[in-house]
Design a protein around this ligand. Structure first.
Ligand code: PAF
Length: 282
C-alpha cells in the first residue's frame, strides 16, 4: 500500500492505473477510521481493481474552530487498518496541497437546490459548501469509477448525489448502510471523545429511534417528531439539537407517511455532537 501526500504523485499513480484499464474505487474520509469506514473500504476492494482512500481533515467544512482542532487524527493506526484489508493507496495531502488562498477565503459556488438549507445545513452554515468543495476536488484528482459513502451522513449523501448530477461527474455513488455497535450506537469518529458515562447515554439515541418505528401507524409525523425529541431529552446528558422527519429525496419536512421518509437527528452528548437517522415507511 502506498501513502501519497502530493497531488502530483497521485496524478502519476492514477494515470498508470487508468492506462492499465483498471477500475478505481474511492473512499473519501477525514481519518480516525472505524469499522464503518472499514466496511466502505472492504466493499470498494471487492468491487474494483484498485482502491484509494483519502485522509484529509477538511478545514472548509468546519464552522467551529475548536471542533476542527479537536477532530481526532490517527494516521498510523488508520494506515495499519487500511493495509490489513488490502487498500492500494492512501492520499493524505496537506491543506496547501489541495487549496489555494482563494479556495479557503471564498465560498465554493454550487446550487444545492435547497438540500443545504435544512437540518445540518441550518445548524452548520457553510458545512456542505466545504464538503462539495473538497469532494469535487478529490473526484477530479482520483477519477474514481465508484465512490463509497455511509448513510449515517444522510444529508451529505443526498448532496453528493446532486453534486455528481449537477457537475456531471462520471462516477457511481454507492450508498452504504450505517454500521452500529452492539447497543445500536452509530459508529462515528466523534465517539472517541465520549466519556464512559456519555458513551452509555449515547446508546439511547438509536434505541429511541428504533422504538419510534412502532408508532408510525398511530401517530402523525409531527406527533412522532415530538415524541422522539421528548424521549431523548429526558435522558440525562443528552440534548437534541434537531430531529426532523423528511422526504428521502427532497429532504423537505414530511407531512404524511405516504412516501418513504427518513428521520434525521443531531444530539449533543455533553459537548460531542452526534448524528444518526432512521428510515420510516408504512
Ligand atoms: O464524511 C466525511 O468524512 C467528510 O465529509 C468527507 C466526505 C470525507 C469530506 O471531507
Amino acid at each position: 500500500m502506498k501513502i501519497i501526500k502530493t497531488t502530483k504523485e497521485l496524478q502519476t499513480e492514477i494515470e498508470l492505473i487508468k492506462k492499465a484499464g483498471k477500475t478505481i474505487g474511492f473512499v473519501p474520509t477525514m481519518g480516525a477510521l472505524h469499522d464503518g469506514h472499514k466496511a466502505l473500504v472492504v466493499r470498494s476492494i471487492e468491487e474494483n481493481d484498485f482502491s484509494v482512500v483519502s485522509i484529509f481533515v477538511n478545514p472548509t467544512q468546519f464552522n467551529n474552530a475548536s471542533d476542527l482542532e479537536k477532530y481526532p487524527r490517527n494516521l498510523d493506526s488508520d494506515a495499519q487498518m487500511l493495509d490489513s484489508v488490502g487498500c492500494n493507496l492512501i492520499f493524505t495531502p496537506t491543506t496547501d496541497e489541495v487549496y489555494d488562498v482563494d479556495d479557503i477565503r471564498n465560498r465554493f459556488d454550487f446550487d444545492f437546490g435547497g438540500l443545504d438549507t435544512v437540518m445540518e445545513g441550518k445548524f452548520r452554515p457553510g458545512h456542505f459548501n466545504g464538503v462539495v468543495q473538497i469532494v469535487s476536488k478529490l473526484f477530479q484528482l482520483v477519477q474514481p469509477n465508484k465512490a463509497y459513502f455511509g448513510e449515517k451522513d444522510f444529508q451529505q449523501l443526498a448532496i453528493i448525489h446532486r453534486m455528481v448530477e449537477v457537475l456531471g461527474f462520471d462516477v457511481e455513488i454507492i450508498d452504504c448502510p450505517i454500521v452500529r455497535q452492539i447497543d445500536g450506537l452509530a459508529l462515528s469518529s466523534r465517539n472517541e471523545r465520549l466519556t464512559s458515562e456519555q458513551r452509555k447515554n449515547a446508546a439511547e439515541i438509536s434505541k429511541v429511534l428504533f422504538k419510534s418505528r412502532n408508532f408510525v401507524a398511530q401517530l402523525s409525523v409531527q406527533e412522532l417528531t415530538n415524541w422522539v425529541i421528548n424521549q431523548i431529552n429526558t435522558v440525562a446528558g443528552l440534548e437534541v439539537e434537531y430531529f426532523e422527519i423528511v422526504d428521502v429525496v427532497t429532504l423537505q419536512t414530511a407531512n404524511s407517511w405516504d412516501k418513504p421518509n427518513v428521520g434525521c437527528i443531531a444530539v449533543f452528548c455533553g459537548e460531542v455532537r452526534l448524528i444518526d437517522n432512521i428510515r420510516y415507511s408504512i
